[in-house]
Design a binder for this molecule. Structure first.
Ligand code: C5P
Length: 453
């Protein structure tokens, strides 16, 4: 039996208060609907995708489908006045008599393939499925006059998400029964209809806290941050894909840079490293230019450029020596610009990847290393901007944000710290290579000792 995904994208997004419906807002370099679509496109058990869109946005959705180059059929169906109508239009567009349908809000871009797996598994034994998570808030039932009527026990409450999944004949019947039912007009989900007409039980599959709906402006800001956290779970790309790729690593002589070179070579990459040790100071534009051009001449291409070179000088600003400050900024910030600018032509040719490094201090400057933390904030901003500028050339630009890592630079500045509180440069190297091989762009990828999510 085929599995159809129906992505509901015909809402107007009035509640965000923005002109663009929320499914078309760009977050982390892509529209919300693209993030959603890609998860269903990549899922091996989804056979066909139906996007339900408002007639004014059909052309935009067509473009999105084209850009995403789907290997499975994706069709567009016109939406209706309410979510319920849109859902019915999607369901009615399926010609099979027997099928499974997974109906998902376009505005839930964090849908995981695990949730889809669990839903498809549950559809083997149930005809209707909702995805929900336990409510951490106590839910109160209120009267119209703002007094509490009842506070039911919290353990009975779950927060409904999507997809809601059905054996096609069941959800079709539910919608057909609702056509002449005025009470069903305001229903905001599909499971309610199945329950209303007592067609079958609705089984609950556990959702997750990432699978949020983007509704209000605050959700857009939170979603941006969540994409950063979620990028811990990179696409499943084996490091074997790095074989025969040409990698240039600036800052290769020690720490994270050295580990990247070792690991990439182990997997068959052709790696060329540069650092002050072999005479390349990245704050010097011509040295960067010559290094890259030399690699390209000898290797015939450059697939990835990684810059781990950085300087950290501790001290209160007023007490520090001006030439040290200038040097720090020249390496940490200008160096990254030199590398980016000179890498562009090579990466455009290879549709390659550029990778920078930031510090956990980028979100909030830290006393005693204000120039370091502000230069690291600049790197994130630079990568985000470049990822947008270069998306049309298929160049990906990302930033790794490792927590305190056991490198020589750290030992020099902070002395000896307990080993088990520090991240190993090997782990950072592995995530770095996974990142350059992934399809992400404009992302800050956090690397921590223990995965938080
Ligand atoms: O409005 P609500 O938050 O319930 O919307 C959930 C999903 O349903 C959104 O992805 C929205 O685009 C979609 N929708 C639709 N047609 C409508 C209203 C909402 O496809 N008329």
């Amino acid at each position: 039996m085929k599995n159809y995904a129906i992505i509901l994208a015909s809402g107007s997004g009035e509640r965000t208060g923005l002109n663009t419906p929320k499914q078309f807002l760009k977050i982390a370099g892509k529209t919300v609907i693209e993030h959603t679509l890609q998860t269903f496109q990549k899922h091996p058990e989804i056979d066909e995708i139906i996007i339900v869109a408002n007639k004014d946005y059909i052309e935009q959705v067509e473009n999105i489908i084209k850009i995403n180059n789907s290997k499975k059929p994706v069709k567009i169906v016109q939406g209706g006045a309410t979510r319920k109508d849109s859902s019915f239009n999607g369901i009615n567009s399926i010609k099979d008599t027997q099928a499974n349908v997974l109906i998902h809000d376009a505005v839930r871009p964090f849908i995981s393939s695990k949730i889809i797996d669990d839903c498809i598994e549950a559809l083997k034994t149930h005809k209707a499925i909702d995805v929900a998570i336990p409510s951490s808030d106590t839910i109160v039932i209120a009267n119209d006059d703002n007094f509490i009527k009842q506070i039911p026990e919290r353990k009975f409450f779950r927060r409904g998400q999507t997809p809601q999944c059905f054996y096609l004949p069941v959800i079709k019947k539910a919608h057909e029964l609702s056509l002449n039912d005025d009470e069903a007009k305001n229903v905001t989900d599909d499971c309610s209809l199945v329950l209303k007409y007592g067609l079958c039980e609705v089984y609950i599959v556990e959702g997750d806290h990432f699978n949020r709906k983007i509704t209000y402006p605050l959700d857009v800001a939170i979603a941006d941050k969540l994409f950063q956290l979620k990028s811990l779970k990179l696409d499943d790309v084996g490091l074997e894909c790095i074989k025969d790729k040409v990698l240039v690593v600036f800052g290769h002589s020690r720490g994270i840079g050295r580990e990247i070179c070792t690991l990439a070579e182990e997997y068959g990459a052709r790696v060329r490293g540069f650092s002050r040790k072999n005479g390349v100071d990245i704050s010097d534009f011509n040295l960067v230019k010559d290094s890259l051009s030399d690699v390209n001449k000898k290797e015939g291409k450059i697939d990835c450029v990684i810059n781990t070179a950085g300087v950290l000088n501790i001290g209160n600003l007023e007490a520090r020596n001006m030439s040290d400050i200038q040097k720090e900024i020249a390496v940490n910030y200008l160096g990254a610009i030199n590398i980016a600018k000179e890498s562009f032509n090579y990466l455009k040719e290879s549709k390659g990847s550029l990778l920078f490094y930031t510090s956990s201090s980028y979100t909030r400057g830290r006393a005693k290393y204000c120039t370091y933390s502000s230069s690291k904030a600049a790197i994130v901003n630079l990568a985000q901007a470049l990822s947008e500028e270069w998306a049309k050339f298929d160049i990906r630009v990302n930033v790794i944000n490792p927590e305190r890592t056991a490198t020589q630079m750290r030992f020099q500045n902070f002395g000896k710290e307990p080993e088990d509180t520090l991240l190993s440069p090997k782990k950072v190297a592995k995530v770095s290579l996974e990142t350059i091989l992934s399809s992400y762009t404009g992302q800050v990828i956090n690397v921590t000792r223990e995965d938080l999510f």
